[in-house]
Design a protein around this ligand. Sequence first.
Ligand code: NAI
Ligand code: MG
Length: 332
Amino acid sequence: MRQVTLIPGDGIGPEITEAVKAIFAAANVPVTWDEENAGQTTFEAMGELIPASLIASLKKNTVALKGPITTPVGKGFKSVNVQLRQMFDLYSNVRPAKTTKGVNTRFENVNSVLFRENTEGLYAGLEMFDERLQISDSVARVTRVGCEKIIRAAFVYADKHGCKKVTAVHKANILKSAGALFLGVFNEIAKEYPNIQADDKIIDNMCMQLVAKPEQFDVIVTTNLFGDILSDLCAGLVGGLGVVAGANIGDEMAIFEAVHGSAPDIAGKGIANPTALLRSAIMMLHHLDMKDEANRIEAALEATLANKEECTGDLGGKAGTMEFAQNIIAKL
Ligand code: NAI
Ligand code: MG
């Protein structure tokens, strides 16, 4: 048995978490859950967004599955997601986007994995505000070490999974310093992988190419801000945030998460789609080398998604969250 930390989160988080737990139990996955919450609910109960007990659990287990978290609006509240990424140096944000049979989209053969640098760039937190002059400076910190880690992660993944191409996305024509550093490191590391095609695109052209011909991309690697935007764009190509997985991976820890938010508009109604969290949980099983369990659950999920009737409302079906989970369980 492998113990992992489970963070149910806020809003629809607990509902989609229950669905994933039920599916894991039915599939006899050798994982036990060490449940510790974070976010708004925790803040209201304990006065802390990230309690010390959660940090201890993460340090002990080094692998976690996390539901969506509401960051309370207002000054002084740093996003829980950003804090966890920085606290544990989870430098790779990995976001697969693959066309699924039965999920309505404009495109047919999308199959890409985006590697977004997760700890620096414009989100490094280096922000200054001159109250008197009303001038804001946000510094995009890009380091050689940071570039090397994310770019290597992308090539290692491409190599391991037999991907043909890695595309670096940048703005080196304008960002003469940060962009050039990222692109330079990319070209250096690409030389170590002669069997993988190394390609680079300027961010604006990349956006156009992705919405025109997304099938041409395989592995994509980019800095934090561009990656944040592109990863949601890629999700839109394959059915939206309700169906895509995400992971935050560092050298010592990995947190797998639903990338959508806590959906307060539908929370508590039992109608949320658990697919995104389940797909993140499947990624987690691959990370734990539990390939058979991952493949079994994935096959049951794909078969369920192929039949709209058995899915939740956002996918055009009539099933509630647990009913959808039961439909998956029936196919295990
Ligand atoms: P959201 O993703 O929660 O909701 C956007 C729309 O998508 C809503 O209409 C919602 O009902 C729908 N939706 C989202 N997930 C769904 C699911 N699994 N099944 C069915 N429908 C789903 O984004 P919003 O409204 O911008 O943010 C709400 C809260 O979530 C905010 O407090 C925000 O900070 C937080 N958030 C947290 C994230 C995380 O923890 N990773 C990511 C994004 C937002
Ligand atoms: Mg985002």
